[in-house]
Design a protein around this ligand. Structure first.
Ligand SMILES: Cc1cc2nc3c(=O)[nH]c(=O)nc-3n(C[C@H](O)[C@H](O)[C@H](O)COP(=O)(O)O)c2cc1C
Ligand code: SF4
Length: 590
């Protein structure tokens, strides 16, 4: 079995992650004999394989249940009752969280946001998403598991993922004919196409807002025998799910956008990096790629152009949020741990296999497609001067109409809240855990790079929500998702989550506020990448804007340790048979 999978990938170690994932799909987990067989088949030292298996949370090197259940642990899932449902399932099946049942039937745990916030609570069972969980659905799932019913025989309704498009604009309403954008680009020529993208002032939709035309130009001008296009479909930011919808209903435009980029920069190969949580999209996306090949829209001499040869393959991630960071994504594409690289050099000159590479978000590439057909000036006329075009927002949380909303840049938060029917709003978290948390006096602010930039996540919290718990959820997200490469982030994010737990346990004092601020300074100045830099954002924002939620937890005037030091010495006292005053520790702190 190992040999068959390895052969399909020509024993190329840069496919390590894909190989491990495919083997695991067949074998359930990556047992030691499998790793040994891989060492031989791939001619790679065991340590390199184990480095990869140890990194991705969806790769298992210990036996796990025949049914692997992961509850989405995003704050929006929790608000919809996921914690109660998780407890119910653990109780029904007699399993402890994070463990496998004694008969090896089921293991149950949590995962970071699964990208289904508009139809949560959600879970993954053997990497297949199940949405709209309820007590009744959990009980039915428990029965199916007890009866060992194969996943394919479970009711199809469980796996239904709706697009939930609530407001459409130029992008979602686009009546697009397959190949039309390539025709437009070929008519413009390479330079002309690049010129239009620059004219449009299109900026990346993955969060950072880098100018797409400039990125394509830098990559095109970078020396190298091969150039690459990568579509970033990792979409791991809590509360974001717009790329899921684009890949489900507009995949042709995504692939066409990649082809246009390839045309401009002279790439022959492209990759779509799809997050593991969207595994269910893999076959439909591959079918679209096949159709494009059949129609001459991928492969050699695309649409008869002598100088346009390009093809795309899909790589699946395996549950690591950091792989959305472009350099970590490239490492992962090369079959390694998703550790962010030192930058500079940037991917445009030193990307995949060290070659010039454009990494663009799904939505950015679709915008490229529209620009090829309708021109840069048309695009630049929509939105604001610094933020042209439209933005897709993934709205979830406390509102009656969660889903996808497309707006021209410049829309205010207030307008957005009115459209989705949100009332009694206390706070809106924009751009995910790493983004900004805004209070009602800021609702006239605009979604735009010059005001509130966002990759698209909008989570709404009404007055009934405890903003401290929202921030605590995000600190646990960062502690879980820190890739562990640099100490300030590896240790700092865990300490931060522990500090929030300490406050939650009633042991907070002003000292802890100072500690949190100190941690922010450490992370901001010493962490290696954006994850570490922004890990304190949700806490600092909520301390500033929702201080009473923290003050309620400041039960002490001076420092109180988060653990019982004297209690921790109990075992030592018992062993030494001592109980005199010197065998006790007084805990006195200024
Ligand atoms: C921790 C972290 C996670 C990220 N996750 C994503 C992601 O899931 N999708 C994405 O497009 N960009 C993500 N980015 C931004 C990418 O690094 C990169 O800027 C983006 O893919 C560039 O594409 P664009 O210019 O089209 O926005 C992330 C960045 C960081 C620091
Ligand atoms: S800051 Fe965090 S996520 Fe980034 S490299 Fe360091 S440990 Fe990894």
């Amino acid at each position: 079995m190992v040999r068959a999978v390895v052969d399909r990938y020509d024993a190329d170690p840069s496919y390590m992650l894909q190989i491990l994932r495919e083997i695991q799909e067949q074998s359930g987990w990556l047992a030691p004999p499998i790793i040994e067989a891989l060492v031989v088949a791939l001619k790679v030292p065991r340590i390199k394989i184990e480095a990869v298996t140890g990194f991705y949370s969806f790769l298992y090197t210990q036996p796990c249940g025949r049914y692997r259940v992961l509850f989405s642990d995003n704050i929006t899932d929790q608000m919809l009752g996921s914690v109660r449902l998780l407890d119910r399932m653990l109780f029904n099946l007699g399993v402890k969280r994070g463990e496998t049942s004694a008969d090896g039937l089921v293991s149950i745990d949590t995962a970071s946001c699964t990208g289904m916030c508009d139809q949560g609570p959600a879970m993954l069972v053997n990497n297949r998403a199940i949405t709209r969980l309820s007590e009744a659905r959990i009980d039915e799932i428990c029965d199916l598991i007890r009866r060992r019913t194969p996943l394919d025989a479970w009711p199809a309704a469980y796996f239904q993922v709706e697009d939930n498009i609530r407001r459409s604009g130029i992008l979602l309403n686009d009546r697009y004919k397959r190949g039309e954008a390539i025709v437009g680009a070929l008519a413009l020529g390479r330079d002309g196409m690049l010129e239009q993208v620059k004219l449009s002032n299109l900026r990346g939709r993955g969060g950072a807002g880098f100018r797409t035309g400039l990125k394509w130009e830098l990559c095109r001008n970078a020396p190298g025998d091969a150039h690459y296009v990568v579509c970033n479909a990792d979409e791991g930011e809590p509360g974001t799910f717009k790329d899921r919808v684009l890949l489900n209903s507009h995949a042709d435009q995504v692939f066409e956008g990649m082809t246009l980029c390839a045309y401009v920069i002279g790439a022959k190969r492209g990759f779509l990096y799809l997050r593991g949580e969207y595994r269910y999209l893999l076959e439909p996306l591959n079918a679209i790629l096949e159709q494009r090949r059949r129609e001459g829209l991928l492969g050699k001499n695309i649409m008869g152009a002598p100088d346009l040869d390009f093809d795309i393959e899909i790589h699946l991630g395996a549950g690591a949020y950091i792989c959305g960071e472009e350099s970590a994504l490239i490492e992962s594409l090369e079959g390694k741990r998703g550790t962010p690289r030192n930058r500079p050099p940037f991917p445009v000159t030193n990307g995949y296999l060290g070659r010039p590479t454009v990494v663009d978000n799904v939505e950015t590439l679709i915008n490229g497609c529209m620009i090829a057909r309708r021109g840069g000036n048309w695009f630049a006329g929509i939105g604001t001067s610094q933020s042209t075009g439209t933005k897709l927002l993934s709205i979830s949380g406390d509102c009656p109409r969660p889903g996808i909303y497309e707006y021209p840049f410049g829309v205010t938060v207030a307008d957005m809240l009115a459209d989705c029917g949100a009332t009694n709003v206390q706070a809106v978290q924009i751009s995910g855990a790493a983004g900004v948390c805004i209070a009602p006096d800021e609702f006239e602010r605009a979604i735009a790079f010059e005001d509130i930039p966002t990759a698209g996540s909008v989570m709404i919290f009404d007055q009934s929500r405890d903003m401290f718990q929202v921030a605590r959820n995000f600190t646990h997200f960062f502690a879980h998702e820190s890739c562990g490469f640099c100490t300030p982030c590896r240790v700092g994010t865990t300490l931060l989550a522990n500090m929030m737990d300490k406050l939650d346990n009633g042991k907070g004092s002003p000292y802890d506020f100072e500690e949190i601020k100190q941690m922010d300074r450490h992370l901001l100045t010493l962490a290696h990448c954006g994850l570490g830099h922004s890990a304190c954002n949700p806490v600092l924002d909520t301390i500033e804007k929702f201080r009473p939620a923290y003050e309620r937890r400041m039960l002490h005037k001076t420092f109180v340790p988060s653990f019982d030091l004297d209690g921790a010495l109990t075992a030592a006292r018992q062993l030494t048979k001592r109980d005199d005053s010197d065998a006790h520790l007084d805990q006195e702190y200024e």
